[in-house]
Design a protein around this ligand. Sequence first.
Ligand code: IMP
Length: 423
Amino acid sequence: MERFLRSLVVVGLQWGDEGKGKVVDLLSQDVLHVVRGQGGNNAGHTIAVEGKEFKLHVIPSGILRPQTKCYIGGGVVFDPFAFFEEIESLGKNFDKDRLFLSPYAHVIFPYHRELDGVQEGKRAGGAIGTTGKGIGPCYGDKALRMGVRVADLLDRKLLEKRLKEVFSIKQAELSQKKPADLEGLVSKYAEVGLRLKDFVAPVEEMLFVASSKKEPILLEGAQGTFLDNTFGSYPFVTSSSTLASGIAMGAGIGPSRIDGVLGVFKAFTTRVGEGPFPTEVKEGIFPHPEEVREIGTTTGRKRRIGWLDIPLLQRAIVLNGVDMLAMTKIDALDGMKELKICVGYKKKEHFPCGLCEWESAEPIYETHPGWEGSEGVQSYGSLPSNARRYIRRIEELVSMPITLISHGPSREKALWMGRIFDE
Ligand code: IMP
Protein backbone atom coordinates (compact mmCIF):
# COMPACT_ATOMS: atom_id res chain seq x y z
CA MET A 1 0.00 0.00 0.00
CA GLU A 2 1.61 3.28 -1.10
CA ARG A 3 -0.10 6.46 0.08
CA PHE A 4 2.39 9.36 -0.22
CA LEU A 5 0.67 11.68 2.23
CA ARG A 6 1.58 15.23 3.12
CA SER A 7 0.21 15.46 6.63
CA LEU A 8 -0.53 12.65 8.99
CA VAL A 9 -1.85 12.44 12.54
CA VAL A 10 -0.30 9.69 14.67
CA VAL A 11 -2.75 8.75 17.39
CA GLY A 12 -2.78 6.12 20.15
CA LEU A 13 -5.69 3.68 19.98
CA GLN A 14 -5.60 2.35 23.55
CA TRP A 15 -4.73 3.98 26.92
CA GLY A 16 -1.45 5.57 25.86
CA ASP A 17 2.04 4.06 25.74
CA GLU A 18 1.30 2.38 22.40
CA GLY A 19 4.76 3.24 21.07
CA LYS A 20 3.81 6.42 19.20
CA GLY A 21 7.21 7.94 19.95
CA LYS A 22 9.02 5.19 18.07
CA VAL A 23 6.55 5.37 15.17
CA VAL A 24 6.94 9.16 14.93
CA ASP A 25 10.71 8.80 15.09
CA LEU A 26 10.60 6.25 12.25
CA LEU A 27 8.26 8.33 10.10
CA SER A 28 10.14 11.55 10.74
CA GLN A 29 12.96 10.19 8.63
CA ASP A 30 10.81 11.39 5.69
CA VAL A 31 9.18 14.51 7.14
CA LEU A 32 10.25 18.08 7.70
CA HIS A 33 7.85 19.06 10.49
CA VAL A 34 6.64 17.32 13.66
CA VAL A 35 4.14 19.00 15.98
CA ARG A 36 2.64 18.16 19.38
CA GLY A 37 -0.88 19.53 19.83
CA GLN A 38 -2.06 18.45 23.28
CA GLY A 39 -1.05 17.05 26.65
CA GLY A 40 2.14 18.12 28.35
CA ASN A 41 5.01 16.49 30.18
CA ASN A 42 2.64 13.79 31.41
CA ALA A 43 3.55 12.06 28.14
CA GLY A 44 6.60 9.85 27.95
CA HIS A 45 8.04 8.68 24.66
CA THR A 46 11.04 6.34 24.83
CA ILE A 47 13.13 6.12 21.68
CA ALA A 48 16.18 3.92 21.17
CA VAL A 49 18.77 5.23 18.71
CA GLU A 50 22.11 3.55 18.14
CA GLY A 51 22.05 1.77 21.49
CA LYS A 52 21.08 4.90 23.43
CA GLU A 53 17.67 5.50 24.99
CA PHE A 54 16.05 8.94 24.89
CA LYS A 55 13.06 9.87 27.01
CA LEU A 56 10.94 12.67 25.59
CA HIS A 57 8.04 14.30 27.38
CA VAL A 58 6.95 17.54 25.71
CA ILE A 59 9.53 17.87 22.93
CA PRO A 60 8.30 16.13 19.75
CA SER A 61 9.99 12.84 18.86
CA GLY A 62 11.19 14.32 15.54
CA ILE A 63 13.95 16.17 17.43
CA LEU A 64 16.24 13.15 16.97
CA ARG A 65 16.28 13.65 13.16
CA PRO A 66 18.61 16.44 12.09
CA GLN A 67 16.42 17.73 9.23
CA THR A 68 13.17 17.91 11.18
CA LYS A 69 11.67 21.05 12.64
CA CYS A 70 9.66 20.46 15.81
CA TYR A 71 6.78 22.48 17.20
CA ILE A 72 4.99 22.63 20.54
CA GLY A 73 1.46 23.75 19.71
CA GLY A 74 -0.95 26.09 21.46
CA GLY A 75 -3.07 23.21 22.78
CA VAL A 76 -0.22 21.89 24.93
CA VAL A 77 0.13 22.62 28.66
CA PHE A 78 3.71 23.65 29.18
CA ASP A 79 6.02 23.39 32.19
CA PRO A 80 9.00 25.63 31.33
CA PHE A 81 11.33 24.15 33.94
CA ALA A 82 10.60 20.57 32.89
CA PHE A 83 11.19 21.72 29.29
CA PHE A 84 14.71 22.97 30.06
CA GLU A 85 15.49 19.76 31.96
CA GLU A 86 14.40 17.75 28.92
CA ILE A 87 16.63 19.83 26.66
CA GLU A 88 19.55 19.10 28.98
CA SER A 89 18.85 15.37 28.88
CA LEU A 90 19.11 15.42 25.08
CA GLY A 91 22.69 16.75 25.18
CA LYS A 92 24.20 17.27 21.77
CA ASN A 93 21.17 15.73 20.05
CA PHE A 94 19.31 18.92 20.77
CA ASP A 95 19.37 21.73 18.25
CA LYS A 96 17.72 24.96 19.39
CA ASP A 97 17.15 26.24 15.88
CA ARG A 98 14.75 23.38 15.13
CA LEU A 99 12.32 23.81 18.03
CA PHE A 100 9.44 26.29 18.09
CA LEU A 101 6.92 27.04 20.83
CA SER A 102 3.48 28.53 20.36
CA PRO A 103 2.78 31.54 22.62
CA TYR A 104 -0.76 30.16 23.01
CA ALA A 105 0.35 27.19 25.14
CA HIS A 106 -0.80 27.39 28.77
CA VAL A 107 1.82 27.41 31.52
CA ILE A 108 1.91 24.86 34.33
CA PHE A 109 2.72 26.54 37.66
CA PRO A 110 3.76 24.90 40.96
CA TYR A 111 0.22 25.46 42.30
CA HIS A 112 -1.12 23.26 39.48
CA ARG A 113 1.10 20.39 40.57
CA GLU A 114 0.14 20.93 44.22
CA LEU A 115 -3.56 20.98 43.33
CA ASP A 116 -3.12 17.79 41.29
CA GLY A 117 -1.86 16.03 44.43
CA VAL A 118 -4.48 17.56 46.74
CA GLN A 119 -7.38 16.67 44.40
CA GLU A 120 -6.12 13.12 43.97
CA GLY A 121 -6.00 12.69 47.76
CA LYS A 122 -9.53 14.02 48.25
CA ARG A 123 -11.45 12.18 45.52
CA ALA A 124 -14.14 10.19 47.30
CA GLY A 125 -14.46 7.78 44.38
CA GLY A 126 -10.73 6.96 44.51
CA ALA A 127 -7.73 8.59 42.87
CA ILE A 128 -7.40 8.71 39.07
CA GLY A 129 -3.72 7.88 39.34
CA THR A 130 -2.56 11.01 37.51
CA THR A 131 1.07 11.61 36.66
CA GLY A 132 1.15 14.44 39.23
CA LYS A 133 2.44 16.93 36.68
CA GLY A 134 -0.40 19.44 37.17
CA ILE A 135 -2.03 18.66 33.82
CA GLY A 136 -5.68 18.58 35.01
CA PRO A 137 -5.54 21.77 37.10
CA CYS A 138 -3.77 23.63 34.27
CA TYR A 139 -6.35 22.60 31.63
CA GLY A 140 -9.04 23.36 34.23
CA ASP A 141 -7.76 26.92 34.62
CA LYS A 142 -7.65 27.30 30.85
CA ALA A 143 -11.34 26.35 30.61
CA LEU A 144 -12.20 28.63 33.53
CA ARG A 145 -10.28 31.50 31.92
CA MET A 146 -7.81 31.59 34.79
CA GLY A 147 -4.80 30.37 32.85
CA VAL A 148 -1.51 32.08 32.06
CA ARG A 149 -0.07 31.55 28.61
CA VAL A 150 3.50 31.44 27.33
CA ALA A 151 2.86 34.87 25.75
CA ASP A 152 2.19 36.28 29.23
CA LEU A 153 5.59 35.06 30.47
CA LEU A 154 7.31 37.26 27.93
CA ASP A 155 5.98 40.46 29.47
CA ARG A 156 6.68 40.86 33.20
CA LYS A 157 3.90 43.43 33.76
CA LEU A 158 1.31 41.28 32.04
CA LEU A 159 2.52 38.21 33.94
CA GLU A 160 2.18 40.04 37.26
CA LYS A 161 -1.32 41.21 36.36
CA ARG A 162 -2.46 37.73 35.29
CA LEU A 163 -0.98 36.02 38.33
CA LYS A 164 -2.49 38.62 40.69
CA GLU A 165 -5.91 37.92 39.18
CA VAL A 166 -5.77 34.21 39.94
CA PHE A 167 -3.31 33.75 42.78
CA SER A 168 -5.66 34.31 45.73
CA ILE A 169 -8.18 31.88 44.20
CA LYS A 170 -5.47 29.23 43.87
CA GLN A 171 -4.29 29.88 47.44
CA ALA A 172 -7.84 29.39 48.69
CA GLU A 173 -8.19 26.16 46.71
CA LEU A 174 -5.02 24.94 48.38
CA SER A 175 -6.31 26.19 51.78
CA GLN A 176 -3.04 28.06 52.26
CA LYS A 177 -3.33 30.67 54.95
CA LYS A 178 0.25 31.92 55.14
CA PRO A 179 1.03 34.94 52.96
CA ALA A 180 2.24 33.62 49.64
CA ASP A 181 5.27 34.83 47.75
CA LEU A 182 3.58 36.18 44.65
CA GLU A 183 6.50 38.47 43.88
CA GLY A 184 8.92 35.50 43.97
CA LEU A 185 6.69 33.53 41.61
CA VAL A 186 6.45 36.46 39.18
CA SER A 187 10.24 36.89 39.19
CA LYS A 188 10.94 33.19 38.69
CA TYR A 189 8.54 32.89 35.74
CA ALA A 190 9.51 36.23 34.18
CA GLU A 191 13.10 34.99 34.21
CA VAL A 192 12.24 31.70 32.60
CA GLY A 193 10.16 33.69 30.09
CA LEU A 194 13.36 35.47 29.02
CA ARG A 195 14.97 32.08 28.37
CA LEU A 196 11.93 30.99 26.35
CA LYS A 197 11.91 34.04 24.09
CA ASP A 198 14.20 32.39 21.55
CA PHE A 199 11.81 29.46 21.12
CA VAL A 200 8.53 31.37 20.80
CA ALA A 201 7.38 31.53 17.20
CA PRO A 202 4.20 31.87 15.08
CA VAL A 203 3.81 28.08 14.97
CA GLU A 204 0.34 28.07 13.37
CA GLU A 205 1.43 30.28 10.43
CA MET A 206 4.66 28.31 9.98
CA LEU A 207 2.72 25.07 9.69
CA PHE A 208 0.16 26.63 7.35
CA VAL A 209 2.96 27.79 5.05
CA ALA A 210 4.60 24.35 5.22
CA SER A 211 1.33 22.63 4.34
CA SER A 212 0.71 25.10 1.48
CA LYS A 213 4.13 24.12 0.11
CA LYS A 214 3.05 20.46 0.47
CA GLU A 215 5.87 19.71 2.90
CA PRO A 216 5.22 16.58 4.97
CA ILE A 217 3.96 17.28 8.50
CA LEU A 218 3.47 14.78 11.31
CA LEU A 219 1.10 15.52 14.15
CA GLU A 220 2.26 13.55 17.17
CA GLY A 221 -0.44 12.48 19.61
CA ALA A 222 0.15 12.10 23.33
CA GLN A 223 -1.73 9.66 25.60
CA GLY A 224 -4.34 7.51 23.82
CA THR A 225 -7.95 7.40 22.67
CA PHE A 226 -9.43 6.07 25.93
CA LEU A 227 -7.74 8.79 27.96
CA ASP A 228 -9.67 11.37 25.90
CA ASN A 229 -11.52 13.88 28.02
CA THR A 230 -14.80 13.42 26.13
CA PHE A 231 -14.86 9.89 24.70
CA GLY A 232 -12.45 8.05 27.02
CA SER A 233 -13.19 5.97 30.12
CA TYR A 234 -14.35 9.11 31.94
CA PRO A 235 -13.53 10.19 34.66
CA PHE A 236 -10.40 7.99 34.47
CA VAL A 237 -8.94 10.06 31.65
CA THR A 238 -6.53 12.91 31.10
CA SER A 239 -7.69 16.51 30.61
CA SER A 240 -7.01 17.09 26.92
CA SER A 241 -8.63 15.77 23.77
CA THR A 242 -6.34 12.95 22.74
CA LEU A 243 -8.21 12.12 19.51
CA ALA A 244 -6.88 12.91 16.02
CA SER A 245 -9.20 15.93 15.80
CA GLY A 246 -8.03 17.21 19.21
CA ILE A 247 -4.39 16.83 18.21
CA ALA A 248 -4.99 18.84 15.01
CA MET A 249 -6.95 21.50 16.88
CA GLY A 250 -4.18 21.92 19.45
CA ALA A 251 -1.58 22.21 16.69
CA GLY A 252 -3.68 24.98 15.08
CA ILE A 253 -4.09 22.98 11.86
CA GLY A 254 -7.50 23.00 10.15
CA PRO A 255 -9.16 19.71 9.10
CA SER A 256 -8.80 20.43 5.36
CA ARG A 257 -5.01 20.25 5.83
CA ILE A 258 -5.00 16.71 7.25
CA ASP A 259 -4.48 13.85 4.78
CA GLY A 260 -4.53 10.77 6.96
CA VAL A 261 -4.72 9.25 10.44
CA LEU A 262 -2.35 6.51 11.52
CA GLY A 263 -3.60 4.63 14.58
CA VAL A 264 -0.94 3.00 16.74
CA PHE A 265 -1.75 0.06 18.98
CA LYS A 266 0.20 -2.46 20.99
CA ALA A 267 -0.13 -6.19 20.18
CA PHE A 268 -1.76 -6.47 23.63
CA THR A 269 -3.21 -3.79 25.94
CA THR A 270 -1.73 -1.80 28.82
CA ARG A 271 -2.92 0.96 31.07
CA VAL A 272 -1.18 3.01 33.74
CA GLY A 273 -3.20 4.62 36.52
CA GLU A 274 -6.64 3.65 37.73
CA GLY A 275 -9.83 3.01 35.78
CA PRO A 276 -11.66 0.30 33.83
CA PHE A 277 -9.70 -2.22 31.79
CA PRO A 278 -11.95 -5.08 30.60
CA THR A 279 -9.20 -7.41 29.33
CA GLU A 280 -6.79 -6.87 32.23
CA VAL A 281 -4.96 -10.00 33.33
CA LYS A 282 -3.70 -10.33 36.86
CA GLU A 283 -0.15 -11.40 37.67
CA GLY A 284 1.27 -14.61 36.33
CA ILE A 285 0.24 -14.91 32.69
CA PHE A 286 2.15 -12.12 31.02
CA PRO A 287 5.87 -11.70 31.61
CA HIS A 288 6.79 -9.26 34.40
CA PRO A 289 6.31 -5.60 33.28
CA GLU A 290 10.06 -5.03 33.51
CA GLU A 291 10.80 -7.88 31.11
CA VAL A 292 8.48 -6.45 28.47
CA ARG A 293 9.47 -2.82 29.04
CA GLU A 294 6.13 -1.95 30.64
CA ILE A 295 7.36 0.58 33.17
CA GLY A 296 5.99 4.13 32.72
CA THR A 297 8.50 6.54 31.13
CA THR A 298 7.21 9.54 33.06
CA THR A 299 6.34 8.10 36.46
CA GLY A 300 8.27 4.81 36.65
CA ARG A 301 5.02 3.01 37.53
CA LYS A 302 4.42 -0.58 36.43
CA ARG A 303 1.79 -0.70 33.71
CA ARG A 304 -1.26 -2.94 34.02
CA ILE A 305 -1.29 -5.56 31.25
CA GLY A 306 -4.08 -7.41 29.43
CA TRP A 307 -5.12 -9.09 26.19
CA LEU A 308 -5.72 -7.28 22.94
CA ASP A 309 -9.21 -5.78 22.95
CA ILE A 310 -10.83 -5.61 19.49
CA PRO A 311 -13.99 -3.67 20.50
CA LEU A 312 -11.65 -1.02 21.90
CA LEU A 313 -9.71 -0.83 18.63
CA GLN A 314 -12.89 -0.72 16.56
CA ARG A 315 -14.22 2.14 18.66
CA ALA A 316 -10.89 3.98 18.40
CA ILE A 317 -10.95 3.59 14.60
CA VAL A 318 -14.39 5.23 14.57
CA LEU A 319 -13.50 8.10 16.92
CA ASN A 320 -10.28 8.99 15.13
CA GLY A 321 -11.22 8.23 11.54
CA VAL A 322 -8.19 5.92 11.40
CA ASP A 323 -7.22 4.91 7.87
CA MET A 324 -3.86 3.24 8.56
CA LEU A 325 -2.60 1.05 11.38
CA ALA A 326 0.72 0.44 13.10
CA MET A 327 1.12 -2.41 15.57
CA THR A 328 3.92 -2.32 18.14
CA LYS A 329 5.64 -4.72 20.55
CA ILE A 330 4.75 -8.00 18.89
CA ASP A 331 8.14 -9.18 20.20
CA ALA A 332 6.92 -8.72 23.80
CA LEU A 333 4.61 -11.69 23.23
CA ASP A 334 7.49 -14.02 22.25
CA GLY A 335 7.56 -17.13 24.41
CA MET A 336 3.91 -17.15 25.48
CA LYS A 337 2.21 -20.55 25.13
CA GLU A 338 -1.09 -19.15 23.99
CA LEU A 339 -2.71 -15.78 23.52
CA LYS A 340 -6.22 -14.46 23.74
CA ILE A 341 -7.95 -11.82 21.69
CA CYS A 342 -11.12 -10.20 23.01
CA VAL A 343 -13.52 -10.20 20.05
CA GLY A 344 -16.57 -8.74 21.82
CA TYR A 345 -18.20 -8.09 25.18
CA LYS A 346 -20.99 -10.36 26.48
CA LYS A 347 -24.53 -8.92 26.43
CA LYS A 348 -23.43 -5.47 25.26
CA GLU A 349 -25.31 -3.80 22.47
CA HIS A 350 -23.18 -0.69 22.36
CA PHE A 351 -19.71 0.33 23.43
CA PRO A 352 -19.51 1.14 27.18
CA CYS A 353 -20.18 4.77 28.10
CA GLY A 354 -20.85 4.97 31.85
CA LEU A 355 -18.40 3.56 34.39
CA CYS A 356 -20.84 0.78 35.36
CA GLU A 357 -21.02 -0.32 31.73
CA TRP A 358 -17.24 -0.31 31.50
CA GLU A 359 -16.85 -2.24 34.72
CA SER A 360 -19.39 -4.89 33.75
CA ALA A 361 -17.93 -5.44 30.27
CA GLU A 362 -17.18 -9.15 30.14
CA PRO A 363 -14.85 -10.10 27.30
CA ILE A 364 -15.54 -12.88 24.81
CA TYR A 365 -12.17 -14.42 23.96
CA GLU A 366 -10.75 -16.54 21.22
CA THR A 367 -7.48 -18.34 21.86
CA HIS A 368 -4.45 -18.46 19.57
CA PRO A 369 -1.24 -20.49 19.79
CA GLY A 370 1.89 -18.55 20.77
CA TRP A 371 5.30 -18.30 19.12
CA GLU A 372 9.00 -17.73 19.77
CA GLY A 373 11.52 -15.42 18.16
CA SER A 374 9.71 -12.56 16.41
CA GLU A 375 12.13 -9.90 17.65
CA GLY A 376 14.16 -8.27 14.95
CA VAL A 377 13.44 -10.65 12.05
CA GLN A 378 14.32 -9.10 8.70
CA SER A 379 11.03 -9.45 6.85
CA TYR A 380 7.34 -10.07 7.39
CA GLY A 381 7.74 -13.53 5.84
CA SER A 382 10.37 -14.43 8.45
CA LEU A 383 8.02 -13.82 11.36
CA PRO A 384 6.98 -17.05 13.10
CA SER A 385 3.88 -18.42 11.34
CA ASN A 386 1.71 -18.14 14.47
CA ALA A 387 2.68 -14.48 14.81
CA ARG A 388 1.62 -13.92 11.18
CA ARG A 389 -1.68 -15.70 11.88
CA TYR A 390 -2.24 -13.46 14.92
CA ILE A 391 -1.62 -10.37 12.78
CA ARG A 392 -3.90 -11.55 9.96
CA ARG A 393 -6.68 -12.30 12.46
CA ILE A 394 -6.45 -8.77 13.89
CA GLU A 395 -6.59 -7.28 10.38
CA GLU A 396 -9.65 -9.35 9.66
CA LEU A 397 -11.38 -8.33 12.90
CA VAL A 398 -10.78 -4.60 12.41
CA SER A 399 -11.22 -4.76 8.61
CA MET A 400 -8.03 -2.84 7.93
CA PRO A 401 -4.50 -3.84 6.92
CA ILE A 402 -1.57 -3.11 9.21
CA THR A 403 0.99 -0.84 7.54
CA LEU A 404 3.78 -1.01 10.09
CA ILE A 405 4.80 -3.70 12.58
CA SER A 406 7.33 -2.85 15.28
CA HIS A 407 9.16 -5.86 16.73
CA GLY A 408 11.76 -4.46 19.10
CA PRO A 409 12.74 -1.11 20.60
CA SER A 410 15.39 0.07 18.13
CA ARG A 411 14.78 1.90 14.83
CA GLU A 412 15.71 -1.04 12.61
CA LYS A 413 13.20 -3.36 14.30
CA ALA A 414 10.25 -2.35 12.15
CA LEU A 415 8.55 -4.06 9.22
CA TRP A 416 6.92 -1.80 6.63
CA MET A 417 4.05 -3.06 4.51
CA GLY A 418 4.09 0.03 2.31
CA ARG A 419 5.44 3.58 2.22
CA ILE A 420 3.51 6.45 3.74
CA PHE A 421 5.59 9.47 2.71
CA ASP A 422 7.34 9.95 -0.58
CA GLU A 423 11.16 9.86 -0.34
P1 IMP B 1 -2.82 13.14 33.98
O1 IMP B 1 -2.75 13.27 32.51
O2 IMP B 1 -1.50 13.29 34.67
O3 IMP B 1 -3.88 14.02 34.59
O4 IMP B 1 -3.30 11.64 34.31
C1 IMP B 1 -4.60 11.15 34.00
C2 IMP B 1 -4.55 9.70 33.56
O5 IMP B 1 -3.89 9.62 32.32
C3 IMP B 1 -3.79 8.78 34.51
O6 IMP B 1 -4.37 7.49 34.48
C4 IMP B 1 -2.41 8.70 33.88
O7 IMP B 1 -1.72 7.52 34.24
C5 IMP B 1 -2.79 8.71 32.41
N1 IMP B 1 -1.71 9.23 31.54
C6 IMP B 1 -1.35 10.51 31.35
N2 IMP B 1 -0.36 10.60 30.45
C7 IMP B 1 -0.12 9.35 30.03
C8 IMP B 1 0.76 8.79 29.05
O8 IMP B 1 1.54 9.48 28.38
N3 IMP B 1 0.71 7.44 28.89
C9 IMP B 1 -0.16 6.66 29.59
N4 IMP B 1 -1.00 7.13 30.49
C10 IMP B 1 -0.99 8.47 30.71
